[in-house]
Every structure is written in C-alpha cells, then in structure tokens.
Design a protein around this ligand. Structure first.
Ligand SMILES: [Zn+2]
Ligand SMILES: [Zn+2]
Length: 274
C-alpha cells in the first residue's frame, strides 16, 4: 500500500525523565522518515506530587517551549513542527490542567489516562497491583476515566485509548461490560469533537498491538470519529514507528482522512493511497 506519511503528534523530550533526544534530533528523524509534519507532546506538569518522577516539572516548561519554538522556526518550509503537550486526565486535577492549557497557545493537547486512583497501571514498577484487580473491572474503570477525559472537553486528542492492555492483561473475550464501557467512551469522544489517537506504542510493549483494539477502531470509524496518529516516541529512533500498520488498519476500516492541528483547530487531511 502506498500512502502519504501522516503527522506524528506524539513524542517526548528528556524533560519527562524517561525519554532521550533533542527536539532537533526528533525533527531530523522525522525528515529522514519522509514526514512533513510532527508535533512534540511532552508529559505535562501536574499538581503536587502526582506522577512527579515521570513528567516535566513546571519550571522546565519555558525551556521546553523555547526549544520547540526554535526548532519549529528553523525547520520552516521543510517540516511543520507543532507545539503540543500530553496532559493527564485525573479527577481532581482539572483546574490545574485547565489553567496550564490556557497559559500557552498550544497547537493541540493530548489527554491521557495513566492512573486509576493512585495506581499507575502502565508502570512496570507497579505491575504487581494487577493481582489485586479483577481484569474486567480494571478495564471498565479505565474506560470510565477516558470517558470522563472526553467529557471534560479539555483535550484535542484522546491519547492511546486502551493503554490498559499494555502488559497483555485481557478481560474475558467479548465481555459485555467492557464493550459497553468502550461504547460509552466512544460516544463521549464523538460528542466532544476530539480526535481519537491511533498509537503504534503498543506494538513495542508486551501486548504487541496497536492502541486501540481493532474493534474500537472499527466502531469509532463507523461513528465518524476523527483519528490522529502518534508513535509516542521516547527516542528519535521511534519517530514514525508503526505508521504503515496504523494507517493500514484505519484504511481497512474505511477511514480516508487523518487529523492535523494548528492553534487547536482540527484540519482533516486525506490519506492518499493506491
Ligand atoms: Zn501516555
Ligand atoms: Zn506519551
């Protein structure tokens, strides 16, 4: 299949303490890959001690923005570099996140759920906590939070929408409770106007699958929910990773357009292929 490369909107910098590479190195990797547009989206500051070790400190924000803006201006005409952020949705922190989003003219903000209550379910350090959970309940709790993230209307893109499967924990096949929770999530995303992220990161994780599951992609496509692509690169070598597989899945589900963002306005681009 031949397709035009689509924007990769999900990449991190060392400020989150678990990524490597300068913004220029991400941009260079994108250009080598043949991309015309990317966006940086480092892990946003959050209030208090919430997930502190795994994200940018608020004091690093001016430096982050300065570096991204410098590379954006230097690449003008060759690569469109968008200024984004991956913010967490976590009940009780909405006020802080809203204020942070309002403090800068972002091109887009990704909203991601990484915690159920105080459990970082995608963190290998706390994988043991899975043993205390019924897997079906964990999935439902996760999808309910993603539903609320869309209902908050704070975000342009809903990040890696079934991250809960990262380590390969599976609910019973065709669980009605899980399918209903997915449906509530998709209806909330549809109503919010946000794009759903299709992410290649799961391909590099124990689950070995694209986020989200094909069933969710098919249903979202039938509802007309827009998609945005993200590699969730934590190293320049991951920029654009898995794009072809993600685009193949989208086109197999009848999707013909992909979302791009500028100044928080969504513009749909044709995925051309022959
Ligand atoms: Zn994430
Ligand atoms: Zn990320």
């Amino acid at each position: 299949m031949i397709f035009h490369p689509v924007p990769d909107y999900h990449m991190h910098t060392p400020r989150c303490n678990h990524a490597i590479g300068s913004v220029q190195e991400y941009a260079d990797a994108a250009m080598r890959f043949g991309l015309k547009e990317i966006g940086m989206s480092d892990h946003s500051p959050m209030p208090g001690d919430y997930d502190k070790a795994w994200r940018m400190d608020r004091s690093a924000m001016p430096d982050y923005l300065g570096e991204v803006e410098r590379v954006r201006d230097a690449c003008k005409g060759v690569l469109d570099l968008r200024v984004g952020l991956e913010a967490d949705f976590h009940p009780g922190t909405e006020g802080y996140v809203k204020e942070m989003i309002a403090s800068y003219p972002w091109d887009y903000v990704i909203g991601s759920v990484h915690y159920i209550d105080d459990w970082a379910f995608d963190n290998p350090d706390t994988i043991d906590i899975w043993e205390q959970w019924n897997i079906e309940q964990a999935y439902c709790a996760y999808f309910d939070l993603v539903t609320r993230s869309a209902e908050s209307r704070m975000f342009d893109i809903i990040g890696h929408p079934d991250l809960i499967k990262k380590f390969g924990h599976r609910p019973p096949e065709n669980s009605v409770r899980v399918i209903k929770a997915e449906e509530r999530m998709l209806q909330a995303v549809l109503a919010s106007g946000a794009a759903l992220e299709i992410s290649s990161a799961g391909l590099r994780k124990p689950v070995g699958e694209i986020y989200p599951h094909k069933r969710i992609v098919e249903r979202a496509a039938s509802l007309g929910i827009p998609f945005a692509f993200g590699s969730d690169a934590h190293s320049p070598s991951e920029v654009g990773h898995g794009m072809e597989m993600c685009i193949s899945l989208l086109t197999a589900c009848g999707v013909r357009e992909i979302a791009s963002f500028k100044a928080r306005k969504r513009i749909m681009r044709q995925i051309t292929h022959a």
